[in-house]
Write a protein of this length. Sequence first.
Length: 192
Amino acid sequence: MTTKISELLDAAAARAVPVVRGVRDAQLKDPTPCAEYTVHDLLNHLTHVVIGFQSLAAKKEADFTTTPDYLSGDWRGRFADEAARLAEAWAAPGADEGMTGTRNLPARTVGRMVLLDLTVHAWDLARATGQDFTPDAASMGAVGAFLDDMAPTARRMKVFGEPFPVPEGASAFEALLAATGRDPRWGTAGRN
């Protein structure tokens, strides 16, 4: 299994792009497991993250204070193109070395942050729109270990909710989702 962030992002994007392509326009106002986001909002957020983290790979600043509306024209195709550019940006020599961003975080940490977002938000969108989603195994392994270290800080910053109780018989991915504050069984018996 690879540990190169660019390859992990490429594999995660290969799972996320079909989910985005599978979102129907009629579903854009539907709720998601992220209580503050509709499907429309979450698609905009994820697209903005994918674009912003391309800049962070290049050791440039990214503005996350506002989120533009990306859902016009061929937004599904644009997401696929931007996800490919994300993996390319992190494949550039030195992208995962040194520090990056306004918080001056290790680049490898920042790369794993976007890998986590791409993986978890793809699940959010799949769950909200009735699609199947299975994370890439290598990406899942990388974000699982990373999450153990990052979760307390993410909770303090209100990026994650409090851990959701892990259901009996939960998979490793369901446990990861619960650690981010998500109900891993959201929407399986009607909308929660």
